[in-house]
Ligand binder design. Sequence first.
Ligand SMILES: NC(=O)C1=CN([C@@H]2O[C@H](COP(=O)(O)OP(=O)(O)OC[C@H]3O[C@@H](n4cnc5c(N)ncnc54)[C@H](O)[C@@H]3O)[C@@H](O)[C@H]2O)[C@@H](O)CC1
Ligand SMILES: Nc1ncnc2c1ncn2[C@@H]1O[C@H](COP(=O)(O)OP(=O)(O)O)[C@@H](O)[C@H]1O
Length: 377
Amino acid sequence: MIGIDLCQIQRLERIYKKHGDRFINWVFSPREQAYLRKRKMAPRTMAGLFAAKEAMAKALGRGIGPVALRDLEVGHGPGPWGAWKGYRFDLSISHEGDYALAVARIQESGPSFSLPEFLQGQLKKRELNAHKGSVGKLALLAGRRGMVGAFVYAAKALYRSGAGMVFGLVDSEDQPVFTLAAPEVVLRDRKSGLAPLLDQVDALVLGPGLGLEDPALAEGLSAPIKKVVDAGGLTYLSGLDQLPDLRGAVLTPHEAEAQRLFHCQAPRQDLMTLAKDFARDKNCVFVLKGPGTYVTDGHRDYVNSTGNPSMAVAGMGDCLSGIIGYYLTALEDPFLAASMGVFVHGAAGDLANEKYGQSLMPLDVIEEIPQVLKKIL
Ligand SMILES: NC(=O)C1=CN([C@@H]2O[C@H](COP(=O)(O)OP(=O)(O)OC[C@H]3O[C@@H](n4cnc5c(N)ncnc54)[C@H](O)[C@@H]3O)[C@@H](O)[C@H]2O)[C@@H](O)CC1
Ligand SMILES: Nc1ncnc2c1ncn2[C@@H]1O[C@H](COP(=O)(O)OP(=O)(O)O)[C@@H](O)[C@H]1O
């Protein structure tokens, strides 16, 4: 897509004179402000940048409003370039008389992702001789009557991420419903217990849609296996006086769950500090979900940059627990696994957001995981 915009230099000069720094901070990123300062805040330069931003918004097919002007960034070197989230733009800016003109063209058809450096090269493509037992076998302890969705989202996210086999522990009378909803999952009867299943798998995803009364919860939480602990698993932990050994586990609370876990109403910034101490203390990984999800193992930190508000929808966390679950089998280091999972989840959410905006549902995100993997593998 292409966008074009014409901006009157005198009009911008008037606005700048009237509003000063407030206008500058509202419209221009810190990098652009530095560029403007080098050019002594020349209105003609301002108008060129402004026209470029409007042109980029048009190329995105959105116009200013849904896209914040300050986020549409114009850079220089060698020629002018534009960026917005994962998009890159070719730009051409020109001045004539009292006008600045800009044309923007999107370089790629959708958001592009660059994996953070510490995650690059960590994922390997499957070997030619791979089989379903060699590429990630997981147990899923999730869902109950009325919460089949949580099981389905976690299971489908596991498979779309690359898991070879997923086993689900379900009451035998509920199996037909679970089979219909997620036929790719191998179901085992809950009565036979979790232990025999754990002997066969590389990791466990525990908690999405799980009731506190579930007898397998305590067993799963204390099992010496790599695991993701979400939702019901976290609520269960919050009620314990003494926590089980959480070494190697990845806990994925949203803010309210983290507050329950820490028994306090602390704001996000303080939760991050508490999370870091907790992770260091318990030798586990803490994933504090939300915009800019925070991942820590007490020594290393990662603040994720993918994801968007359209992902604020029921079931989105269940997808994340499945994605991280798979990476626990693909990567040795649980901190890398959690960070990779959070990145892929958000990137898939960004692709889905392009198609569905705030009508987005969890399965839409799961269906974009393969596109993300194509770009980063
Ligand atoms: N179709 C399904 O089967 C679904 C099952 N789900 C399962 O349902 C359970 C969640 O149940 P509840 O909603 O009662 O419990 P939650 O602990 O998720 O939410 C309880 C309350 O906490 C607050 N809260 C929720 N998310 C928050 C956030 N990100 N930041 C700050 N505050 C937040 C809200 O006030 C909310 O009403 C989980 O076990 C989950 O896995 C949901 O994920 C939705 C879909
Ligand atoms: N505004 C947002 N920006 C980025 N990511 C978001 C936003 N809102 C929600 N998410 C992501 O969506 C997921 C929601 O998880 P959660 O609250 O546990 O949902 P649920 O319990 O319904 O499955 C988290 O991974 C969170 O980071």
